[in-house]
Design a protein around this ligand. Structure first.
Ligand SMILES: C[S@@+](CC[C@H](N)C(=O)[O-])C[C@H]1O[C@@H](n2cnc3c(N)ncnc32)[C@H](O)[C@@H]1O
Length: 259
């Protein structure tokens, strides 16, 4: 079980998730992501999220593995790791063997219930229902905080608040890892989203609007890309050392060491 000193109050987690968003929270959110429909808690929850990864074409599966391998390489045996937007535990599972403890948070209760079953055999992990911009953890708690597979776009939250909250809970000298897509990977990413659309997991792609790292479906799914410049200008607002690392010519990591 996760130590009581890490979770401030489970009750507060639930309450935080029910609070309406403060208008300030949306001030830095890119326009393409400003809509109220929570796609990941509805169309892409639980088994439907699993299906998205199952139907990924081989080059996309390579990208997904490369991202996880990149994180695994950074973890030391005594590390307490936090994953933001952990979904059904796809990333947490391979992180567990190399870490002391892995905690995953996600906003979707349905997806977390599936994660509980998916991670049933892992003895060093916990799942918490929480919003990534209102984490129920004390400051300076984690050695590594990760938000990969373009979570920064998927969450539809203010990226400045997301960075601030991730950095707040990371120990001094600890690592915060965000990832989005490399622009070299656009055609493969597009092929994957076309496959998701064909499988009925997301709506029909809006071919007028879908281009240059931005994906729109006609029923409200939107995803954008954070390039090196966007990541670095976010990181510049905090007391961190930041660098950009491209992995597998598919994923773009923003790696921050917290001061
Ligand atoms: C693209 S999926 C990625 C899941 C997982 N990281 C993986 O790579 O397999 C994004 C996840 O973020 C969750 N999510 C969306 N908004 C969130 C928020 N504000 N806070 C926490 N999780 C959120 C969704 O429920 C979904 O499970």
């Amino acid at each position: 079980m996760l130590s009581e000193s890490i979770i401030v109050s489970y009750q507060r987690v639930i309450l935080a998730m029910q609070e309406p968003k403060d208008p300030r929270s949306l001030s830095n959110l890119p326009d393409q992501l400003k809509h109220s429909f929570d796609y990941y808690d509805d169309m892409l929850a639980a088994e439907r999220l699993v299906k998205c990864y199952e139907i990924a074409p081989p080059r996309v599966k390579q990208y997904l593995r490369a991202e996880v391998d990149h994180v695994v390489e950074k973890i030391r045996p005594n590390d307490i790791v936090l994953e933001l937007g952990c979904g059904f535990g796809r990333v947490m599972k391979p992180l567990c063997p190399g870490a002391k403890w892995v905690i995953g948070i996600d906003k979707s209760i349905r997806t977390l219930s599936l994660a509980k079953r998916f991670l049933a055999n892992q003895s060093n992990c916990d799942l918490v229902a929480a919003d990534a911009i209102r984490l129920p953890f004390k400051e300076l708690t984690f050695d590594i905080v990760i938000c990969i597979q373009n979570g920064i776009s998927a969450f539809h939250v203010d990226p400045v608040e997301l960075f601030a909250e991730s950095i707040r809970v990371t120990k001094r000298g600890g690592l915060v890892l965000f990832s989005s897509y490399s622009e070299k990977f656009w055609e493969f990413r597009l092929e994957w989203f076309k496959a998701q659309s064909k499988a009925g997991l997301i709506g029909e792609l809006d071919t007028e609007k879908t281009r240059n790292g931005v994906i729109f479906s006609t029923d409200g799914f939107t995803a954008i890309t954070y390039d090196a410049q966007k990541f670095l200008s976010l990181a510049a607002q905090f007391d961190v050392d930041a660098r950009i690392v491209e992995v597998d010519q598919s994923s773009l990591f923003c790696e921050m060491v917290v001061h």
